[in-house]
Design a protein around this ligand. Structure first.
Ligand SMILES: N[C@@H](CCC(=O)N[C@@H](CS)C(=O)NCC(=O)O)C(=O)O
Length: 207
């Protein structure tokens, strides 16, 4: 049996989909949480950063071999645990929506992860009129079945459900309260016994 270690800041964000997927697959893993400093990084991270492949986290170690890029890792775990659809077209639908959710996250970075308060608010004022409704309405429309792709559970659902708290923080309102199909996706994932068990034991963090 392989050994797994997840290294990420002590927050949900990009590490959480990996933690969710390992839990879904029933894999024990070392949950290596790096203290997030004020602003970006922190002392512990600055020491670790030069030894990582591209100076960023999350990282997944499998039997001592290191991988980075959270979407690639999620797809790898999705494949291992039977969450990549039944054919190449289904796999493409899953990749497409997971990439789109990630695009949404990236577009909100300048509304939160910058120091200039005035610019941050200006960026948010723009996003709330454009990016936020544009993406969330379309993603919600795709999830009528309660699943993001192919009408059945995939790693894209697990990825989104794990990210939702973080995305709601960036969005500045509860996404699932406003978008009922995304609530259905969340409910479908959080109802899985393996995810319930992980949530019961995960450390409490601000986000
Ligand atoms: N494309 C990468 C982005 C990773 C990323 O942005 N990591 C951030 C935390 S969310 C990070 O490591 N920040 C610390 C740094 O860059 O020093 C992925 O999807 O995994």
């Amino acid at each position: 049996m392989s050994s797994y270690k997840v290294t990420y800041f002590n927050i949900t964000a990009l590490g959480e989909p990996i933690r969710f997927l390992l839990s879904y697959g029933g894999q024990d893993f070392e949950d290596n949480r790096i203290t997030l400093g004020k602003g970006k990084g922190g002392e512990q991270w600055e020491k670790l950063k030069p030894s990582t492949p591209f100076g960023q986290m999350p990282l997944l170690e499998v039997d001592g071999k290191v991988a980075h890029q959270h979407l690639a890792i999620c797809r790898y775990l999705g494949k291992k645990f039977g969450l990549v659809g039944d054919n190449d077209w289904e796999a493409l639908q899953i990749d497409t929506i997971a990439d789109t959710v990630n695009d949404y996250r990236l577009k909100l970075v300048p509304t939160y992860w910058i120091d200039d308060e005035e610019l941050k608010e200006k960026n948010y004022a723009e996003a709330i009129k454009t990016t936020i409704p544009f993406y969330l309405e379309r993603i919600n429309d795709l999830a009528e079945s309660g699943y993001l792709a192919n009408g059945k559970l995939s790693w894209a659902d697990v990825h989104l459900a794990a990210l939702l708290d973080y995305l709601s923080m960036l969005t500045r309102f509860s996404i699932v309260d406003k978008y009922p199909n995304l609530k259905k996706v969340q409910n479908n994932v959080l109802a899985l016994p393996s995810i319930k068990a992980y949530l019961a034991k995960r450390p409490k963090t601000d986000f």
